[in-house]
Design a protein. Structure first.
Length: 174
């Protein structure tokens, strides 16, 4: 059974872990670059947005609406944010099935013959020994890599701070 231990030691686990880590780092970098490109696209795409609508109901019950002129704002300013991901889990699973078979067969054939006479007798014994040994070895292995990605909130400073400055004179109250 020393061969079984050697088979298990032959699995290049440190190399597998290194390659998994480097693969995750490369994939994470690509995901981050994609999120940055999406943020740039959202910041560079503008749409006209009406910032204020006023509904006025007169004393006669007539309703009228007035709106501020549209202002071009970016998709990022109206709250569309890129999605960021991170790898939250990585698993390497290695499975090996090792089967070792050994058997030994021994066949012994004995034959004897004897002659009996008046004063002497003789006998002969023939022994035929045959040894058969059978050794078998079967090794199967499978490996599985599992990674899990989860969305995470965007960096807090990606969305611009939105401040409204109203320089209109205050409304008079009756």
């Amino acid at each position: 059974m020393a061969g079984v231990g050697q088979e298990l030691l032959a699995v290049p686990l440190p190399e597998m872990v290194l390659k998994l880590g480097l693969g995750i780092a490369e994939a994470q970098r690509a995901l981050d670059e994609n999120s940055v490109q999406t943020a740039q696209l959202l910041a560079g795409t503008t749409i006209p947005l009406v910032m204020a609508v006023t509904q006025t109901i007169s004393s006669t019950g007539a309703v009228s609406f007035a709106s501020s002129p549209p202002v071009d704002v970016s998709l990022l300013q109206i709250g569309l944010l890129p999605t960021f991901y991170q790898f939250s889990e990585a698993t390497i699973e290695v499975t090996m099935d090792i089967k070792t078979t050994s058997s030994q067969e021994t066949n012994i054939k004995v034959s004897a013959s004897a002659k009996v006479g008046f004063s002497c007798w003789s006998a002969s014994v023939n022994v035929d020994v045959a040894h058969n040994r059978k050794f078998g070895k079967e090794v199967r292995g499978t490996s599985r890599l599992f990674t899990k990605m989860v969305p995470v909130p965007p960096p807090p400073r990606i969305a611009p701070e939105f401040t409204v400055v109203d320089n209109r004179p205050p409304k008079e109250t009756p």
